[in-house]
Design a protein around this ligand. Sequence first.
Ligand SMILES: [Zn+2]
Length: 110
Amino acid sequence: MSLSVFCRYCGQQISDIDLNCTHCGLKQNFTVVSSSPSRKNSEGVIAFIVCFLFGIFGLHRFIYGKTGTGILMLITLGGFGIWWLIDLIRIGIGHFTDSKGNQLSLIHNH
Ligand SMILES: [Zn+2]
């Protein structure tokens, strides 16, 4: 299934599988216009990847507005890996929220 997107240049509706606009032929950097129900889920996937790769430095906490605990995590190297592992699991099971209370989860939640 392809998503409906609009050409950045001519504004015509095109498919996200088209690398070039079918109307004006210009190459696209896609902006998804239809609000995707999996938006939160994809954010969770990104959060999980960031946490997995750089979570030991608290990067996921800096990104999602939890600067205070982010700094603490950076200093302690993710609580010597334990805190990092806990956060990784919390994102994985959907128990991690950003500073605004938005849930970040690897699993899709309704
Ligand atoms: Zn176009």
